[in-house]
Write a protein that binds this ligand. Structure first.
Ligand SMILES: [Zn+2]
Length: 372
């Protein structure tokens, strides 16, 4: 990242020390702002040390241009190591057309367990853009930058471009950890969080929503937040404690409370602990710590299951009950993110075969496989 600092400072903090530099600042900004639209036009101004333009890896017809050159090109600077560093050894790239489902596509290109893990992680990103089970179509294009996963609880997707034929656009997400954030999150190319966040959340910070309530609320009646063990769980609103730790084999340590104002009942499952003072009958103020997250009951990784129901038992979607917002990166975070995004894009859209050691033949020569 430090290698990229000079680029981002040229692009975002022009000092005006030289006219030529200002000119390049202008182009840098234009490129940064306009993203990929100008890519084709400006590839020629790249210095010779830059990674070759992604001529072969150009998106298929209908795809928007890659943002790889969002990094300000610095035509007047002498070539030096300002370009993004090459990807680390363990970074892999997959560029493929969808054939069948998302899972089938991954399974065709990757070893089984890796396909499983990446399918789950990708699904959790795509779900914010469309319904993966329904809207993933043959002829869509998946470009994925990842680290070969061996542990499902670690986020291995580094960046994804997904070109949807149906929606006629390319969705982009980049894993990035803001300076003061405990977890990395996925952001769009503009630095907007891919996920929506609940206002008045039961936990202040979490890594990712691993499962939403499904439409009917039958298969999964709540929202799962991937979060470290023992993260404080707080009452989103003033609430009365109803019961604790029932059906623990399935629910693990668990808690039910009722929001005083609306009568909505809230369930927190798979906890590590319900705080001793969180006793049935007690009324707690909004923001009161009531429990700690865990991995108890029928749960395979630390997470919080948060579920809402009406007083009569009808399942409610927390994203409808709570207000929601999307975090936006600003200031220095946005500057750092932009450089990070450009680095990931340069790795994702590199011309050289980026994954000679990738396990399968069909996915490892992506540029050829998918070029029209
Ligand atoms: Zn759940």
């Amino acid at each position: 990242m430090s290698l990229l600092r000079p680029i981002s400072s040229i692009g975002y903090r022009p000092t005006g020390r030289m006219r030529t530099v200002s000119l390049c600042v202008f182009f840098g900004l234009v490129l940064g702002v306009a993203g990929g639209f100008l890519v084709g036009r400006y590839t020629s101004v790249l210095g010779p040390d830059q990674p070759p333009p992604p001529a072969v890896a150009q998106p298929a017809a209908g795809a928007t241009a890659p943002a790889v050159l969002g990094q300000p090109a610095a035509p007047t600077e002498p070539p030096k190591e300002d370009g993004p560093p090459p990807p680390p050894e363990d970074v892999r790239r997959l560029d493929t057309k969808i054939s069948g489902s998302l899972y089938a596509t991954l399974a065709k290109n990757l070893e089984g367990r890796q396909a499983d893990i990446l399918n789950a992680q990708l699904g959790r990103i795509l779900v914010w853009w469309f319904e993966p089970r329904r809207d993933v179509l043959k002829s869509d294009r998946l470009q994925l930058l990842y680290k070969p996963p061996d542990n499902p609880t670690v986020l291995n997707v580094m960046a994804v471009h997904y070109t949807s034929e149906k929606n006629r656009r390319t969705y982009k997400a980049y894993l990035y950890r803001p300076e003061d954030s405990r977890y990395g999150h996925f952001y769009t190319e503009k630095g907007e969080a891919v996920e929506e966040y609940l206002v008045n959340p039961p936990i202040e910070e979490y890594e990712q929503i691993t499962e939403l309530m499904n439409l009917t609320g039958r298969r999964h009646r709540g929202v799962d937040f991937k979060v470290d063990m023992d993260t404080p769980v707080r009452a989103p609103w003033k609430a009365k404690v109803l019961r604790r730790n029932w059906n623990t084999r399935r629910n693990g340590y668990c808690l039910e409370i009722k929001y005083v104002e609306t009568g909505t009942r809230a369930f927190f499952l798979h906890l590590n602990e319900v705080l001793p003072e969180t006793k049935p009958g007690k009324v707690v103020a909004a923001g009161t710590e009531i429990a700690r997250t865990g991995n108890s009951g029928r749960s395979t990784a630390p997470h919080l299951h948060y579920e809402l129901r009406t007083n009569s038992g009808k399942t409610l979607n927390p994203f409808k009950v709570h207000e929601t917002r999307r975090a936006k990166l600003e200031g220095e975070d946005l500057t750092a993110f932009t450089a990070h995004r450009d680095k990931l894009d340069s790795w994702l859209l590199r011309q050289e075969p980026a994954d000679e050691s990738a396990p399968s033949p069909s996915g490892s020569t992506p540029s050829k496989a998918s070029a029209k």
